[in-house]
Design a protein. Structure first.
Length: 70
């Protein structure tokens, strides 16, 4: 698992779930899965990444449609 510093800044560590990590990785352009695909973490990371991808795709389609209408 990946850890990051607590948002409160108290130096504590919070666990980043692979699903959330996949969403974050899509947003920053990190395309490779850090986990093996045959593991639960690998599947969860991929599910988060794919969720972010398809949300973005829908947003892009809506924006293109609005531009065509203008």
């Amino acid at each position: 698992m990946v850890f990051k510093q607590d948002a409160r800044g108290d130096g504590g560590k919070t666990q980043v779930k692979p699903y959330e990590e996949g969403i974050k990785d899509f947003k920053v352009g990190q395309l490779s899965n850090p986990y093996k695909l045959s593991t639960k973490q690998g599947r969860e990371w991929e599910m988060g990444f794919n969720k972010a991808y398809f949300r973005n795709l829908e947003r892009v389609k809506l924006n293109e449609q609005k531009q065509k209408e203008s």
